[in-house]
Design a protein around this ligand. Structure first.
Ligand SMILES: C[S@@+](CC[C@H](N)C(=O)[O-])C[C@H]1O[C@@H](n2cnc3c(N)ncnc32)[C@H](O)[C@@H]1O
Length: 109
């Protein structure tokens, strides 16, 4: 199913696990907040949100915006617990074929 991430509440479902590969980092600040509000509705308490986003360790300014760890902490403040944020990489179809990422494991409280 394809669905708008800003309309997750309309699914009227809750999930144990939500995977985000490269979505969070496409949103501007306002959209990011709306997205996290929708996530809070559909991830059940104790459920996990696993998110891989472009990181500020990635040089240059092409592609999606770079995300800092403090921005992840700010976005997932109240109602969430950040378990870990670890350095990771996206495989991409460019040269070099990798981009620096953060892989976050976040629990809904
Ligand atoms: C950077 S791409 C990542 C694609 C893929 N998940 C990956 O890891 O390669 C971002 C994707 O988010 C999708 N997207 C953007 N806004 C969205 C929204 N509001 N709801 C659902 N998907 C959205 C775009 O269509 C695009 O496919």
């Amino acid at each position: 199913m394809v669905w708008d991430a800003f309309r997750l509440a309309e699914l009227q479902e809750q999930f144990d696990t939500v995977l985000d590969s490269g979505l969070f980092h496409v949103f501007d600040d306002d959209s990011r907040q709306r997205y996290v509000e929708q996530l809070a509705i559909v991830v059940r308490p104790g459920g996990r949100y696993l998110m891989c986003c472009f990181s500020d360790r990635q040089p240059g300014d092409w592609g999606p915006r770079r995300v800092r760890q403090d921005e992840i902490h700010a976005a997932f403040g109240e109602g969430w617990r950040i378990e870990s944020i670890v350095a990771a990489q996206f495989e991409i179809n460019l040269d070099p074929p990798v981009a620096q990422a953060w892989l976050s494991t976040i629990t809904r409280l």
